[in-house]
Design a protein around this ligand. Structure first.
Ligand SMILES: *[C@@H]1O[C@H](CO)[C@@H](O)[C@H](O)[C@H]1NC(C)=O
Ligand SMILES: *[C@@H]1O[C@H](CO)[C@@H](O)[C@H](O)[C@H]1NC(C)=O
Ligand SMILES: *[C@@H]1O[C@H](CO)[C@@H](O)[C@H](O)[C@H]1NC(C)=O
Ligand SMILES: *[C@@H]1O[C@H](CO)[C@@H](O)[C@H](O)[C@H]1NC(C)=O
Length: 310
């Protein structure tokens, strides 16, 4: 049923795609539906069963973000809405195989592509990125949504940077952005506690602009906002994003964070924890452990199931 819906959607989107813009990305992990004469694009993640952020998702996201880089005589979307075709998942965590040793060139390349994706979300000031979140937004998925300009949530939204529980840190900007987004004390609470944030809580904290109690309302309100923005000239949109970018952490701060992450990732006890996580999660399948994140991981830490010590 889910698959059928996706197929119908892909067919529908190819009819409305801009010339030169793929209706479906190279690996099929993103599909695109464009409205408003190409000024609004809905980009939909599709990596069943848990929207794991693996090398294919990253590669497709990067390809797409590159098409939005402005150029002379080039028309780019004014607004991009990211949503998901997977029930209950907005965007999942990173494929942890990619941080297992040996850290091959292939894994290093994926890591660099992640960084490029986040940089492009920030420096493509002529396009506004909106996350329409009605499912789990975990780990790197949550970090990517924090790079977007706005987040709106539906009844199934659940955001968490749970990296702390597996002895890591939300290093792809997840820490640096959460502070300015919800305030330092609250960012500390949710990062250090590896806590989950549901829709109403996220709205109260300022993580989500607005919480809508139905998926339908979420989608219609986000679409309406995107359309409204798209009526205005791109140079105004661009100027507002440039101006408010002063609230972002600097590239130097983000790079420094990544520099601190690598040694953590390479610790022997961290490698053991990652292996344990892969085992507990049924190799990142639609397991009870995955469905119960972040609490399942916090419990594993509490019960000494992970191998890190004091
Ligand atoms: C699309 O462009 C045409 C011609 O420029 C214009 O008449 C029309 O209103 C536009 N439609 C939308 C939805 O922006
Ligand atoms: C934006 O970031 C990308 C990826 O790091 C980089 O290739 C590009 O040159 C940057 N563009 C601008 C305008 O800074
Ligand atoms: C966005 O603003 C920056 C900074 O003023 C400028 O360099 C860039 O050309 C603008 N881009 C567009 C598409 O207006
Ligand atoms: C886990 O899944 C990966 C693909 O994501 C696969 O390459 C690997 O063989 C699987 N490992 C086990 C133990 O099933």
């Amino acid at each position: 049923m889910k698959l059928l819906r996706a197929v119908v959607f892909l067919v529908a989107s190819s009819a409305t795609a801009l010339a030169g813009e793929p209706a479906v990305s190279r690996y099929g992990k993103l599909s695109f539906r464009t409205t408003g004469n190409g000024s609004v694009t809905r980009a939909t993640f599709f990596n069943p069963p848990i929207n794991l952020v693996d090398k294919f998702v990253i590669s497709d996201l990067l390809d797409f973000l590159r098409t939005l880089q402005p150029g002379p005589g080039k028309q780019t979307a004014k607004v991009v809405i990211f949503d998901s075709a997977i029930n209950d998942w907005f965007l999942g965590h990173y494929d942890l195989h990619n941080i297992q040793l040996p850290f091959t060139d292939d894994k290093g390349a994926v890591f660099e592509q992640v960084v490029d994706c986040t940089r492009l979300m920030l420096n493509t000031t002529s396009t506004i990125f909106i996350a329409e979140i009605n499912g789990r937004s975990l780990g790197i998925g949550q970090e990517l949504s924090l790079h977007m300009d706005m987040r709106f949530a539906g009844p199934k939204a659940l955001a968490s940077s749970f990296e702390e529980s597996i002895g890591l840190a939300a290093a792809a900007g997840g820490q640096a952005f959460l502070g300015p987004t919800i305030g330092k004390g609250r960012a500390m609470e949710y990062l250090l506690g590896a806590k989950g944030i549901d829709g109403p809580t996220g709205e109260r904290l300022g993580l989500f602009n607005t919480y809508y109690s139905t998926a339908k309302k979420l989608k219609s309100e986000v679409s309406a906002l995107a359309e409204r923005i798209s009526w205005f000239p791109q140079h105004s949109i661009n100027d507002t994003k440039v101006t408010l970018s002063v609230l972002n952490p600097t590239t130097e701060e983000l790079d420094a964070q990544l520099g601190r992450f690598l040694p953590l990732m390479f610790l022997p006890e961290e490698q053991a924890t990652v292996s344990k996580f892969l085992e507990l999660s049924g190799n990142q399948s639609e397991s009870k452990f995955e469905l119960d994140l972040p609490e399942s991981s916090v419990k594993a830490a509490r019960d000494g199931v992970y191998s890190y010590g004091y």
